[in-house]
Write a new protein. Structure first.
Length: 101
């Protein structure tokens, strides 16, 4: 999983972004920018958990359980993936689950 802290404690879909789980992953639609992307696993699992209010650390822990071992081979980083989605306008920082939003 990559080392280091996430840029935010938790994330949510950015305004104008809708998403739906599908058999082949997660379909993410930006209704404002008129673009879409299909996320395959493990990205789909990371997106789903993050958009359901899980903290970055909880997403990392869950991914480790889902894929086993260290959370994925080949240097997969939950933190980097979340930050990339923020930079691309798909996600935005949010209060962690259980806190006021």
């Amino acid at each position: 999983m990559g080392a280091g802290r996430c840029g935010a404690e938790a994330y949510r879909a950015a305004r104008g972004v809708a998403w739906a789980a599908r058999g082949d992953g997660i379909l993410v639609i930006d209704e404002v920018a008129r673009r879409s992307e299909t996320l395959a696993y493990p990205d789909a699992a990371v997106w789903d958990l993050a958009c359901r209010g899980r903290s970055c650390a909880a997403v990392e822990d869950s991914l480790r359980l889902i894929v086993g071992g260290d959370g994925g081979a080949d240097g997969y980083s939950v933190r980097e993936r979340l930050e990339r989605w923020v930079e691309e306008g798909w996600l935005e920082p949010a209060a962690p689950e259980g806190e006021a939003r």
